[in-house]
Design a binder for this molecule. Structure first.
Ligand code: NAD
Length: 264
């Protein structure tokens, strides 16, 4: 089996990376950064986001697993002290693969060009200086005119990230859905938005249409992308899915409990 390792590049993560590399090679696995079948991310959830984007062109062949060298992560749920156990399980191929839904974001420009992105957590749209004004369309029908700081569209596995901080619901990642949450909408006697997060099933889609000719700051996970000349931004549950290698049961709701509810 071919493997690659993504490190956060701090001293502890790099040290673990070298250890994991040596152990896995000792078991006869091949280090291959170009076409790995398993990618071990060592750092935090942010490191796994980097690994996901690095290998997003190989999603049907790659399974990800994360070790956290900081606090327990959602994607990075193995402790450094468990490295040997993890290496052994990888070498013996003693794992299952679970698949989680992703978000597809298509930015359509007035000049008919378009760019498509995949998000593991979410995409956000904000305006650099002025109030963001966007028409929100659901399945081809005008839903509302949004005014405010921005909008966040997240995946189920990303629902515990930025979405949660915006008051969005936590969605179990076996549900193929996308969630739209508002970032500081303007609501008064003149301007009105729904005010609640919206959860759309896989066969529905959302389109944002800029009302003014303005530039946007878009984020896709940790990536920042400035967009100008935008006609529409189309959000769908992606056809592609991300694959995680699961070596032991760690139910999603237990992870939610450990991360947000349990005392240290
Ligand atoms: P980072 O790696 O420092 O991540 C920021 C925090 O988000 C970390 O504590 C990380 O563990 C947590 N996180 C990331 N994905 C998560 C998930 N799916 N569930 C629960 N927690 C998760 O920073 P980065 O590399 O810039 O990561 C980008 C991510 O940061 C974005 O995808 C976004 O979700 C998150 N973010 C959160 C806020 C907020 O909560 N107010 C604001 C901006 C960005």
């Amino acid at each position: 089996m071919k493997f690659a390792i993504q490190s956060r590049r701090d001293a502890q993560s790099n040290e673990l990376m070298e250890l994991a590399k040596t152990y896995l090679q000792d078991f006869g696995l091949t280090y291959d950064e170009e076409a790995p079948e398993i990618v071990v991310s060592i750092g935090g959830d942010g490191t796994l986001l980097h690994a996901f984007h690095r290998y997003s062109h190989l999603l049907d062949q790659v399974a990800f697993v994360g070790i956290h060298t900081g606090h327990l992560g959602f994607y990075a749920d193995w402790k450094p002290s468990e490295l040997e156990k993890l290496v052994l399980s990888i070498a013996k191929k003693d794992f299952n693969v679970v698949e989680y839904p992703l978000l597809e974001v298509k930015v359509e420009h007035h000049n008919a060009e378009s760019n498509t992105y995949l998000a593991l957590n979410e995409a956000t749209i904000k305006s650099p200086d002025v109030t963001l004004v966007m028409d929100v369309e659901l399945n081809g029908n005008q839903f509302e005119r949004f005014r405010g700081d921005g909008l966040c569209v997240s995946t189920p596995s990303g629902s515990t990230a930025y979405n949660k901080a915006l008051g969005g619901a936590i969605i179990h990642p076996t549900l193929a859905a996308l969630q739209i949450t508002e970032i500081a909408s303007i609501n008064n006697r003149v301007f009105r938005t729904v005010g609640s997060p919206l959860i759309l099933p896989a066969h529905h889609h959302c389109v944002l249409r800029p009302v003014n000719d303005q530039n946007f700051n878009m984020t896709v996970d940790h990536l920042q992308i400035t967009q100008g000349d935008v006609k529409a931004i189309v959000f769908n549950v992606a056809n592609e899915r991300v694959r995680f290698a699961r070596f032991r049961p760690f139910p999603f709701w237990e992870r939610v409990h450990e991360s947000f509810v349990a005392n240290e």
